[in-house]
Design a binder for this molecule. Structure first.
Ligand SMILES: [Zn+2]
Ligand SMILES: [Zn+2]
Length: 399
């Protein structure tokens, strides 16, 4: 076992303590006063000077004593509006739950902060630690980008880890994305259809927004069927259609909401554009008017292939070859259909997404992410801290 891994293991109790505190005080979205105050307090105890940006985001720099590049390590820190159903001594005391493991991410990155502090003189460049709010709403990374997280000092590369439970991934296994896309984009659209209400017995005097909505629903299916490459993974789901409230009244308006998911950037743009064109075109065909708004937008995570190779190589050296897999070994087609707002960062700098096995069903962890009974095997958290640290130190050494 390498020195760094041993040093991380010695921090295991501290990491678990941090995780349990954050777990008990689960908070949502951009408003994480208890969570970010705790992270700031812990970083100050380690001798850092953390900065709060974008409301509840925390940024801190390690190293910088030797010249070199800057790598960013990202942990998301927000929870979900789920009431926890676990009976644990550190059960959530709020109405929210860390059911995606972001409490573990924050604790592992705090562990990495300690390790980096201990090795500060050896770091060949600078490590920027990013504790990010509102990943579950897919806009926290964007908010921190807009607040300048990639500037002063300018970031050259970025890495993230997500812990997973309830999947066929042995606890403690590290899974590294290959070069290319590893998560899908996620774009939510809202279509308002304006018609002209009237009596159900006199449709000729009205413009029926329900008729237009029905045709738009059908029309949007053609995008996947006729416009997207057949071998691509691309999804358009319409999740709600609303309008009207009586059998004999033609309503004034209706609306449709749905989501688009894609991996490829160009296909994502095509689908987003065609949803607008088709909705407006069909609405006007039936004398109505449609306006389309994207209320949430998140790009796919794009992984840099040389950063991927370095992460696999450096972490195999630390954890052993058998304990480091690639996304293709675990996820169908080497990628996940969920979205991850680290995608915003991966659009700006070479990036890598890594996953850490936090317990499989065979190991007694049957529940998937976002389940009210999910938990993670705490014994592996130190591995996450070591991987963050090792990836950063090795990348800086080689770049
Ligand atoms: Zn989640
Ligand atoms: Zn998550």
């Amino acid at each position: 076992m390498s020195n760094l891994l041993n040093e991380a293991k010695a921090l295991q109790n501290e990491i678990v303590k941090d995780r349990r505190y954050l777990h008990r005080h689960a908070e949502l979205g951009m408003d994480l006063p208890v969570t970010s105050a705790y992270i700031v307090k812990r970083l100050k105890e380690m001798g850092y000077q953390p900065e709060i940006i974008a409301g509840s985001g925390v940024v801190v720099l390690a190293g910088g004593k030797k010249p070199g590049k800057v790598i960013l390590l990202r942990a998301d820190i927000d929870a979900l509006p789920i009431v926890e159903e676990n009976d644990l001594e550190y059960k959530s005391e709020t109405e929210n739950m860390h059911a995606c493991g972001h409490d573990a991410h924050a604790a592992m990155l705090l562990g990495a902060a300690k390790l980096l502090k201990d090795h500060e003189d050896e770091i060949e460049g600078t490590v920027k630690l990013m504790f990010q709010p509102a990943e579950e709403r897919l806009y926290g990374a964007k908010a921190m980008l807009e607040a300048g997280v990639l500037e002063s000092p300018k970031v050259d590369a970025a890495a993230m880890i997500h812990i997973f439970s309830g999947m066929p991934m042995k606890a403690g296994t590290l899974v590294v994305a290959e070069g290319g896309y590893s998560s899908s984009s996620g774009d939510m659209f809202h279509i308002d259809i304006q018609g002209k209400g009237g009596h159900g017995a006199m449709p000729q005097n009205s413009v029926d927004p329900l008729n237009a909505a029905a045709h738009i629903f059908m029309g949007l299916q053609e995008i996947i069927a006729r416009e997207v490459t057949p071998s691509s993974t691309a999804i358009i789901t319409i999740g709600q259609i609303h309008g009207g409230n009586a059998a004999n009244i033609i309503p004034d308006t209706s609306f449709i909401e749905g989501s688009i998911r894609a991996f490829d950037k160009d296909e994502r743009e095509l689908m987003k554009r065609r949803v607008v064109e088709i909705s407006k075109g069909i609405a006007s065909t039936y004398r109505a008017e449609a306006s389309v708004e994207y209320r949430m937008e998140c790009p796919s995570v794009y992984n840099d292939s040389s950063l991927s190779k370095l992460s696999i190589y450096a972490n195999r050296k630390m954890l052993g070859a058998d304990n480091v897999l690639s996304f293709a070994d675990v996820f169908t087609g080497g990628r996940m259909t969920g979205s991850e707002d680290f995608g915003f960062i991966s659009e700006k700098v070479p990036s890598i997404m890594m996953a850490l096995g936090g317990g499989s069903p065979e190991e007694g962890y049957p529940y998937p992410q976002h389940h009210p009974k999910i938990n993670f095997k705490e014994d592996v958290f130190y591995i996450g801290a070591a991987v963050y640290t090792n990836t950063a130190i090795q990348w800086l050494k080689n770049n």
